[in-house]
Design a protein around this ligand. Structure first.
Ligand code: FES
Length: 154
């Protein structure tokens, strides 16, 4: 599919951004193999393709976990305490922002304003937006998508 798309764009170097977008759409991320393939297809240096892909936050350069939680770190969400929720999730699930948990089941990403400031702070768990989020609500939602039970302290 990617090769066909590149061909439809006549292997034009100036179509690089569109091609990167399309590749991410079909693979979900852009790893080294995909970027190298694109650079070969467009006859561009790999360093150039990698440079463009890393310049834009939109592109994911690693395969994400099977479940994804994204936090809005725009001004409204920041002011309403999203940082506290992110830290709680990092501690609860042993995964740092921008990374994927060792078992590959959960990734935590950060984005900027998602246009729902009135509902701040916002989190997105597997494409479901959680407005007026709290650490408890987000952690419960993540547990439910992961199929994990809450471990009660004795
Ligand atoms: S700042 Fe988070 S939705 Fe606008």
């Amino acid at each position: 599919m990617l090769d066909k798309f590149v061909m439809q764009h006549g292997h034009r170097k100036d179509a690089l951004l569109e091609i990167l977008h399309y590749a991410q759409e079909i693979y979900g991320y852009l790893d080294k193999d995909i970027l190298t393939h694109i650079s070969n297809s467009l006859n561009l240096p790999t360093s150039h393709v990698y440079g463009v892909a890393t310049f834009y936050n939109f592109f994911k350069l690693k395969k994400p976990g099977s479940h994804i939680v994204t936090f809005c770190l725009g001004t409204a969400c920041f002011v309403k305490g999203v940082e506290e929720i992110i830290t709680a999730v990092e501690n609860e699930f042993n995964v740092k922002r921008g990374e994927t948990r060792a078992d590959g089941k959960l990734s935590v990403f950060i984005t900027r304003c998602i246009g729902a400031c009135a509902m701040a702070p916002n989190a997105i768990v597997d494409n479901v937006v959680i407005g007026k989020a709290t650490p408890e609500i987000v952690i419960d939602k993540i547990r439910s998508v992961l199929g994990e039970e809450k471990v009660e302290a004795n």
